[in-house]
Design a protein around this ligand. Sequence first.
Ligand SMILES: Cc1cc2nc3c(=O)[nH]c(=O)nc-3n(C[C@H](O)[C@H](O)[C@H](O)COP(=O)(O)OP(=O)(O)OC[C@H]3O[C@@H](n4cnc5c(N)ncnc54)[C@H](O)[C@@H]3O)c2cc1C
Length: 445
Amino acid sequence: MPEPRVVIVGGGHVGLTLALRLQRKMKPGEAKVTVIDTQPHMTYQPFLPEAAAGSLEPRHVVVPLREALRRCEVLTAQVSAIDHATQQLTATLGDGTVERFGYDILVVVPGSISRALPIPGLAEQGVGFKTIGEAIFLRNHVLSRLDIAASTTDERLRRRLLTFVFVGGGYAGIEAMAELESMARYAIRSYPQVSAGDMRWVLVEAMGRIMPEVSPPMSEYTRRRLEERSIEVKLNTTAKSFVDGHAVLSDGDEFDTDTVVWTAGVKPHPMLEDSDLPRDAKGRLECTAKLQVRGTHNVFSAGDCAAVPDLTSSDPDALCSPSAQHAVRQAKVLADNLLAMLRGGPLVNYKHKYAGSVAGLGLFQGAAEVYGIKLKGLPAWMLHRTYHLAKMPTASHKARILGDWLLELPFRRQVVALGELHDPRAEFVKAANTRGLPKPHGHAV
Ligand SMILES: Cc1cc2nc3c(=O)[nH]c(=O)nc-3n(C[C@H](O)[C@H](O)[C@H](O)COP(=O)(O)OP(=O)(O)OC[C@H]3O[C@@H](n4cnc5c(N)ncnc54)[C@H](O)[C@@H]3O)c2cc1C
């Protein structure tokens, strides 16, 4: 009998954890595992704020799939459709060709994307905070705003350059803003023309509090800590417009800004729209507690794109929240259930009580609430680093991250904008044109 083909769509928190466990536990010939991801790497998203702030080297917070998954087939391609009726999926490969793949068992784990709203100017001015590219961009962007502000004599432009707006006060947004503000505050030591008071950092949150993942007292503590750093936390406030970089907020405040970071939640990946699998009102795949997609026996899902019942809640309709904490634990149960299915054994339910949150708020500052225990300041920051270091996949990545942190102690952070990264051919195009050579064409600059 040919070995069954297991296809995993998405090599993120769920996909990588699942594939690592399968390749460790599977017997030779038991199944052929293919992981398809648009990127050749998994991104450890909880470390994105530290990568943006320069505490971590960006390459160290991504795990190359081919290196980690030596017993799996890894394909860099974008899955665009799933036709479960014929057990086929459609994917676009790197060279643009479209292929159809068959499967015996399918795992659909493409995660989520930023949930943007139709606010005028947002698409033109805003940037999300979910990918390594966005983290690198924001680091260079913030530092280059300092570079330009330090040399301009135009007061209006200077105010615009030094105004940074984040929309969305969940832990991802709070961590991203706090880390970048901490980096900018550190960087201005090298800019005699810019003082901390010249910068304006504004957090816009539609709800009455930030970080809904922790209890109200911890949320209030975090807000106070941010405000002590002169970060403006605007609660019960929404963004109305960002046309031409002019921010208009619902509390009547209006100002110009060059930086709008959108961290106001996530929605399931839109690739699920082109599938015949059942989805709930929010677009998540409807799953059972065994992580099977409802109405199927050989399709599994988990993580941000899946509606998985939360069996620890007294509310029968409660679902697991989109978090790495659930994603990684679900991946382990999913791997065991998948192996049980291949071996004809019983499948088990996923049941995990959300332990709480740990958030880094910049160097030596944090807020954490785990199993009801609240930690603040340095202990919380240390717990944040220890926890995520322990969860980071592969020993070599743990070592690299630890190395980054240790090197930071004697040498401090390196704060320099590498804006050229975003337009690498500009210099050569200029040189080629000066010499009268034909303009290069082909790749977009
Ligand atoms: C800045 C930030 C900080 C965070 N901090 C924390 C934290 O401290 N604690 C916590 O618990 N959670 C945290 N999270 C949330 C956590 O990272 C997510 O819940 C988790 O990544 C979800 O895992 P996933 O596998 O479902 O999705 P992902 O990890 O996003 O993986 C999805 C994968 O699917 C791939 N993919 C997408 N579309 C396709 C396609 N069409 N074809 C092929 N592949 C595709 C993507 O490239 C990606 O690799 C944070 C998130 C962010 C953005």
